[in-house]
Design a protein around this ligand. Structure first.
Ligand code: DAH
Length: 330
């Protein structure tokens, strides 16, 4: 009886250790633990038969059973440690980065020169506390002209040959329309800059395009003067072009009074770079602002013009031709 149980225990140990050593997953190992050492496991089943044993036999078998149990437990622990280490190793290998592998070639995109100018200009104005706004390219006569102090028979309409749409709307001829849209929505103080596409019925040549880009600038507050306009424009042009001579030349726009054009000395020549002025009281009245309380200044300039000067581009059409040999230079 004794030797029989002892043989069974030792056989169980042998078989168990073999199975444990062969376990190749942690799940399998857990199954084996339950099978051998669990409450309803094989070792327990064998020990339950000890009940019929004599008092001398019992301690001896008990000691053997303990050895078997410990030995199986040790084997389980050892195998678990090994399996866990292998798992980590496998994971590390799967995630290994071969830094010597050649990369996947992806052609490098570039910012279009026009967007480059817009980005730079907006950055400069945002740095001065301006907000960026946008309007729509299709406009009503009111926002493009009337509210900007340009009634239907105003001669200044000839300055901007307009694309009219069949429904009576038009394609905006300048970003100045955004001034009105913005002031209608917001209250002073206002500092806003608005980039966008504009349209003119111009014949396309080296310096004209029927579609081009402008950036509009508007500041409204109590007590703004022409000095503020000059200072702002000067700071902007210096940030954009460097410290070049600039001059303000009296001019005319319906929506500003007084109005000026700004010239920049570039390669020995005076270049006209933007229009500007103090916002006409009629424009303020159109949006319900009291011109006795508020004053402001506005300016607008062509992005293509800036790009052509800064990058020494001789023909505006190059900016639209999508010729990569040209665009890759920027
Ligand atoms: N809208 C004018 C144009 O397209 C440019 C301009 C001039 C805008 C004076 C202004 C301004 O805001 O004050 O020719």
């Amino acid at each position: 009886m004794t030797s029989n149980l002892e043989t069974q225990l030792l056989a169980l140990q042998q078989e168990g250790e073999k199975a444990i050593a062969a376990a190749d997953t942690l799940e399998r190992l857990e199954e084996l633990r339950v099978n051998y050492l669990g409450k309803k496991g094989q070792l327990g089943a064998l020990l339950r038969s000890m009940g019929q044993m004599s008092a001398e036999e019992r301690p001896k078998i008990g000691a053997i059973a303990n050895t078997v149990k410990e030995s199986l437990q040790t084997s389980l622990d050892k195998q678990r440690t090994a399996l866990e280490a292998a798992q980590i190793q496998a994971q590390l290998e799967a995630e290994t980065l071969d830094v010597t592998m050649p990369g996947i070639f992806r052609p490098q995109g570039r910012i279009h020169p026009l967007n480059g100018i817009i980005d730079r200009a907006l950055d400069i104005f945002v740095g001065m506390g301006y907000t960026v706004a946008q309007g729509s390219e299709m406009e009503t006569d009111y926002y493009n002209f009337e509210a900007l102090n340009t009634p239907p028979d105003h001669p200044a309409r000839d300055m901007q040959d307009t694309f009219y749409l069949p429904d009576g709307n038009l394609l905006r001829t300048h970003t100045s329309s955004v001034q009105i849209r913005y002031m209608e929505k917001e209250e002073p103080p206002i500092r806003v800059v608005a980039p966008g596409r504009v349209y003119r019925r111009d014949n396309v040549d080296a310096t004209h395009s029927a579609v081009f880009h402008q950036i509009e600038l508007l500041a409204i507050d109590e007590g703004l003067t022409f000095t503020d306009l000059k200072g702002t424009i000067k700071m902007f042009l210096q940030a954009m072009f460097g410290d070049l001579p600039i001059r303000f030349r009296a001019s005319y726009f319906p929506f500003t009074e007084p109005s000026a054009e700004v010239d920049l000395q570039w390669n020995g020549r005076w270049l006209e770079v933007m229009g500007c002025g103090m916002v006409d009281p009629n424009v303020l009245k159109a949006v319900g602002y009291d011109p006795e309380v508020y004053t402001g200044f506005a300016a607008g300039f062509g992005v293509e013009r800036f790009a052509m000067v800064l990058h020494q581009i001789d023909d505006i059409r190059r900016l639209y031709a999508s010729d990569l040999r040209f665009l890759r230079q920027f």
